[in-house]
Write a protein that binds this ligand. Structure first.
Ligand SMILES: *Cc1c(COP(=O)(O)O)cnc(C)c1O
Length: 730
């Protein structure tokens, strides 16, 4: 690749172009004389639309013209998106069009003319022009080389000129005149998708594909001179265009005034200058620009209506500049609001993540509802959001559950609890593990509940509470056979003593079942024995006057396998995230539980591999045939098990499986895409989740790596960005 262009200049000029288009439709200088108005709206502002065509050409067509793989797919995606936008715009303007009497004498012919050439509302012609132009250029590219295409598009442009600002010439030749009259039955103007758009689309693809003159790596003399030269040429060609326009106007040649000869060099130079304009890329401006374009005519109606209502017609309508400013300001505000909405709805992602986790919050909600439905009414969920919510993102998950009414969580350590609190998570937060006495202050500062890991630890906590003159909220951990943490259940005396400590507020008593996932005889008996011991202890404590508000012993597997064990809380973890530890169990419950997490990355590079060439560290894989490979920007530092190396694991690209080749690297992974059609840099690759009809589950990865899903998920790295989607993840 070598050099890279930043497209920030183009993004920023979109705003200028949008404001110029508003000028075309409002004539800001009309109150000050016709020459000024003509210059601003019929000359200067005429660069706006060709600019938009060129941007489209660069981003949609340059790969098509270079016959790159995957380019047609991108092109069709673009056509679909633009058609959708056109559809939305049509709907927005139908009421205004009806009000203005646009569709009074509608015939099928007129309707087609509107839809394909003129636009159903006057400024909407841009959309069909774009669609037609792109399709035409695509067809041209199938049967011509670049030169041929440029020549053909140039020819069409000249034909367009003769129906536009050079119409005077046409009229002096009777045959031509008759031909154009016939043409104008089909389209009202020649500035459309056939005569106007193709040339600028192709120019955009070509100029955009040129090597930059003033790139960052090479800001030497040549770059600066190149830019200066383009600037100078721009001034000259624009002056020529101005002269041309005024001359044609003077000669009264113009039927319409969108197309000039000098517009071509002007646009080429302008585009070059913009490409070397060093600004940060801003996707927001792209979306905003499009909506200003779509909404501004509606704002003209709003300003006219509003001005009448507040009796300010003189300033806001009759004064052309006041009118223009009012429409522009209102359009920007309206576009801003709509953009915000669109960004939310379409989950447009800002930034350029190399690898990320997508969370399906609908699935999370459904899983929570399902687990809750298996429990007694009084038993509440106390989701385990430890280890960053099993890799999902603890703040996002707990925040969503908070919104759904969940008021208790458990975490592994004080830091995790403090982090949730710092991010506004409400309700009880229980630390399931050991907290060092040096960190006891975190408990009070963040309102966390500590597990008493044994009686002597309880005494330590009590002493701290005494020094701080505050009661420490605790749940007492009870060991009923796992032998991990918790006071032995037989030590009723010792546990009862904790209830009488002045600075401990005992709010709960819990144990952990360690064989509830296996339904064989021995494990069943053991689990039921644990439960019996726990409830026996609770009963004896009660007998001694130790009142214990919350009892809990269930986690995911026991909610599924032993729902009758009940309790006041169920500490659900893995099942809440829609998977179970093994593939077998996940399969068994797959109708009830939906995976919440997808893990995705991007293709960083696509390469060909010739027979005999090796891949990655240690030359672990050598090609024995022609292959195509892709490098993905994710590695074991992101939490992928390195055991997936060497074809053990695979990823999904465009719904097709691509096996991992050679050794996985820390930040990158190489996959075989020989069987995947049309892969491009920037494409998405799915490591966990669905793509097309295929799916890779966390359980698949766990099986391939010889572990359980809990480990796969909870190890997903901090470096991954976490984003939220709703409903089915695609
Ligand atoms: C992690 C954990 C849970 C949650 O377990 P899952 O099997 O993921 O539901 C419950 N209780 C304790 C004590 C835990 O450590």
């Amino acid at each position: 690749m070598g050099t890279r262009r930043s497209y920030g200049g183009l993004d920023h000029f979109r705003m200028i172009a949008a404001v110029l288009v508003i000028a075309i439709h409002t004539s800001p200088l009309a109150s000050f004389g016709p020459e000024g108005d003509f210059f601003l709206t019929r000359v200067l502002a005429r660069v706006a639309v060709p600019f938009f065509f060129m941007v489209t050409g660069q981003f949609v067509l340059s790969d098509v013209l270079a016959r790159k793989r995957g380019s047609s797919r991108r092109l069709f995606r673009y056509l679909k998106k633009t058609a959708l936008l056109y559809g939305i715009a049509i709907c927005i303007y139908i009421p205004i069009g009806i009000y203005a009497g646009h569709y009074k004498e509608m015939t099928v012919g007129l309707l087609l003319k509107m839809l394909f050439f003129d636009g159903t509302f006057y400024h909407l012609w841009y959309f069909p022009a774009c669609l037609l132009g792109v399709m035409l250029v695509y067809l041209m590219s199938r049967c011509m080389d670049k030169r041929g295409m440029t020549a053909a598009a140039g020819g069409l442009y000249v034909l367009g000129l003769l129906g536009d600002s050079y119409y005077g010439l046409t009229q002096s030749i009777p045959v031509l005149s008759a031909a154009y009259e016939a043409g104008f039955q089909i389209f009202s103007y020649t500035r459309n998708g056939i005569f106007f758009a193709p040339l600028f689309l192709i120019l955009g693809a070509e100029v955009g594909g040129e090597q930059p003159v003033g790139n960052k790596k090479d800001t030497g003399e040549r770059g600066v001179t190149g830019r200066g030269f383009d600037g100078l040429l721009l001034v000259f060609s624009f002056l020529a265009m101005t002269g041309e326009a005024f001359l044609l106007r003077y000669l009264d040649f113009q039927r319409h005034d969108s197309m000039y000869l000098a517009l071509i060099p002007t646009m080429i130079c302008l585009y070059r200058v913009l490409l070397s304009w060093d600004r940060k890329p801003a996707k927001v401006l792209r979306i905003l620009g499009a909506w200003i374009y779509i909404l501004h005519p509606a704002m003209i109606v709003v300003v006219r209506g509003g001005a009448k209502a507040v009796h300010m017609t003189e300033l806001l309508v009759d004064n052309s500049l006041g009118h223009y400013l009012a429409v522009t300001i209102l359009s920007v505000i309206a576009a801003f609001l709509v953009s915000l909405l669109v960004i939310r709805l379409s989950r447009v992602r800002f930034g350029c993540s190399r690898a990320w986790v997508e969370l399906d919050m609908e699935a999370l909600g459904q899983n929570a509802d399902f687990l809750k439905s298996r429990l007694e009414r009084e038993c509440l969920l106390m989701p385990a959001v430890k280890a960053n919510a099993y890799g999902h993102g603890a703040v996002l998950v707990a925040g969503e559950l908070n919104r759904r009414g969940v008021r208790a969580f458990c975490v592994a350590c004080a830091e995790e609890g403090a982090d949730l609190r710092a991010h506004g998570i409400e309700g009880e937060i229980l630390i399931l593990g050991y907290t060092h006495p040096d960190e006891f202050d975190l408990l009070l500062r963040y309102g966390l509940t500590q597990t008493v890991v044994d009686v002597s630890y309880g005494e330590l906590l009590d002493r701290y509470g005494k020094a701080a003159k505050r009661k420490i909220p605790v749940h007492i951990g009870v060991d009923t056979g796992m032998h991990r943490i918790g006071e032995a259940w037989e030590n009723v005396e010792g546990i009862a003593g904790l209830f009488h400590r002045e600075y401990l507020a005992v709010e709960g008593l819990f144990t952990h079942l360690c064989a509830d996932d296996v339904l064989k005889e021995r494990e069943r008996e053991f689990t039921l024995g644990q439960a019996r011991a726990f409830y026996e202890l609770a009963g004896r404590l009660k007998g001694r006057g130790c009142f214990c508000p919350k009892l809990h012993l269930q986690s995911s597997y026991s909610v599924l396998n032993y729902p009758e064990l009940a309790g006041d809380y169920a500490r659900v973890g893995i099942a809440l995230y829609g998977v179970l530890s093994t593939r077998e169990d996940t399969e068994k419950w797959k109708n009830a539980l939906q995976p919440v997490l997808s893990l995705k990355t991007r293709v960083a590079a696509v390469k060909n591999l010739h027979p005999g060439e090796a891949v990655g560290y240690g030359l672990q894989f050598t090609a024995d045939k022609e292959m195509q490979i892709a490098t993905l920007s994710i590695g074991y530092a992101d939490g992928l098990p390195r055991d997936l190396s060497g074809g053990v694991g695979s990823v999904l690209i465009g719904g097709v499986r691509a096996p991992i080749l050679g050794r996985m690297c820390m930040d990158q992974t190489i996959v075989d895409i020989s069987r995947v059609p049309m892969v491009q840099t920037g494409d998405e690759a799915v490591l966990i989740g669905r793509s097309g009809g295929e799916e890779i589950t966390a359980a698949d990865l766990a099986e391939q790596a010889g572990t359980i899903t809990n480990e796969i998920l909870s190890r997903l790295g901090a470096r991954l960005e976490r984003t939220v989607v709703r409903g089915e993840v695609q």
